[in-house]
Design a protein around this ligand. Sequence first.
Ligand code: IPE
Ligand code: IPE
Ligand code: MG
Length: 246
Amino acid sequence: MRASGDTPIPRHVAVIMDGNGRWARAKLLPRQAGHRAGVKTAKIIIKACVQHGVGVLTLFAFSSENWQRPKTEVGNLIELFVHSLENEIAELHKNNVLVRFIGERAAFANRLQIAMQQAEKLTESNQGMVLNIAVSYGGRWDIIQAVRKVSALVVSGDIQPDEINEDRISQSLSLSGLPDPDLFIRTGGEQRISNFLLWNLAYTELYFTNTLWPDFNTECLKSAIDWYAVRQRRFGRTSEQLSQEN
Ligand code: IPE
Ligand code: IPE
Ligand code: MG
């Protein structure tokens, strides 16, 4: 996809929004203040992605491993998540955004599960950007639940083991039916995947920035998109093959 400036726009952007805690600590504030600031950034970046014409945005909000944080931080994060969802869903709907949640949602209290269902129901017919919010999500969990679905088909005799292929696993993952991320962004300086979309990131361009998530803004997003625009995506082939095709 190309925008007016002839810049290739990633169809799918996946983001690890990291660095809220350090942002708060540097300002001598509680970690929760960092998370609150992080929500503001998320709102700005969602809007900016809509404006850039990004088709799918996947945000990592809470990982399977984040349950291991102190109980109060986990509780505060969930509370903030429920509030933000309740406050923002109407605006997202107005902007034609289709909202989906990926992750082990049974791990959450009923109230949050219902809020997630309602948000999905409200926005399910929207034709604009798809926004996936990963909560209690882990790439390994995703692969395990996909393997369980496929195994059930083998046990029931619907398919044979040798019919298990990439497509079948892809279709059983949380992001089935969506293109794999073209651009991955991680803020906060760490250069790791932290159990995000393990299967889907196989050929994604990985962009790491030291900017802490609450400081990430539309210019930072533009820099990441510009960086993406000049990647040569070879998918295993040679540069010569690619230039012959163009
Ligand atoms: C990311 O910021 C938000 C979540 C993981 C929920 P962190 O809370 O990990 O911030 P740092 O990495 O401690 O700075
Ligand atoms: C990854 O950040 C998860 C989210 C941003 C939701 P973490 O802060 O949990 O990652 P690690 O622990 O530094 O790898
Ligand atoms: Mg972190």
